[in-house]
Design a protein. Sequence first.
Length: 335
Amino acid sequence: MRVFAHLARAAAVAALLAFSAAPSTAAVEQMTGVIVAVLPSQHEIVVRHDAFNGMPAMTMNFTVVPQSQMASLKAGDRIEAGADFGPDVARLTHLHVTGSLNSSLHIVHDVQPLNIGDAMPLTEFFDQRGQAFDFQDLRGQTVVLAFIYTRCKDPRMCPLVSANFHVLQRKLAGLPVHLVEITLDPTFDTPPVLANYGRRFDADPAMWSLGTGPANVVNDFAARFGIAVFPDQVGGLIHSERTAIIDRNGQIVDLLDAAAWNPYDVVAEVQSLSDVPSNPIARIDYELSKFSGALCGNSLAGYSGLLELGLVLLILTGACGILYYAARKIFVENA
């Protein structure tokens, strides 16, 4: 099945390289949002931005130009800036701090980050039934892990992730697969609260664990996945997004950094990891979406990789047609 990944990458490279040959006409777009975290070692800030220019509200990483301005920024700052989505990074320019959230911010935890290829830590949680579990208990199963909290009011964030998990549960039933959502609000989200939340999405505890635990344990675990969280008196918890796919040996094999991932693409990826036949079109779409996201940043998060490739090819075809028509017209007039 890995041949689809290679085909997808080759197609994406060919199309995106061809598209990049044309001069860029993308304008800097005005954006407002809240800084979730400042990451000096990565020279980035994490911003929960408002919807703008047809792009939905989401949490994503940006570099700041000039970089020296990062020293004066802090979590909780409300900002407005120009957003420039380049081929490999999203930048903020002409950034201005317009205010600050009046809330006690969570301290960024000094933890060892987890990346693709790392083994899952043996952190103990309690599920919606009050039963203890850790990721060692899930060895032998492919695991999809995400982070939510039950009081989230934004239908494009935690409820969307849980709705996607409902699709995974339905499509992957009967396979050695387990779904895990860890709360980012452990003080409120006790097992009974999580059980009630799970019923909203028809979560089967045998396949879908909603986990909580001591606040320091949960917060450190989330921080290892790069999840930055702090409370906002108006909007609830503001946090970054990350979904992990973990193989049967307990090793992280992929990380998805947006809430709006396509559940059918993830189904195909999990089926492949579980050594069962999967939809080849969905597999190609999954690889294309990841690869185009890596090249173009999170501005493409949630979109279909095949759709992106199709649009690029359509634009290229149109441009070639215009050039052919213009060249033919000049040749006829000069003949």
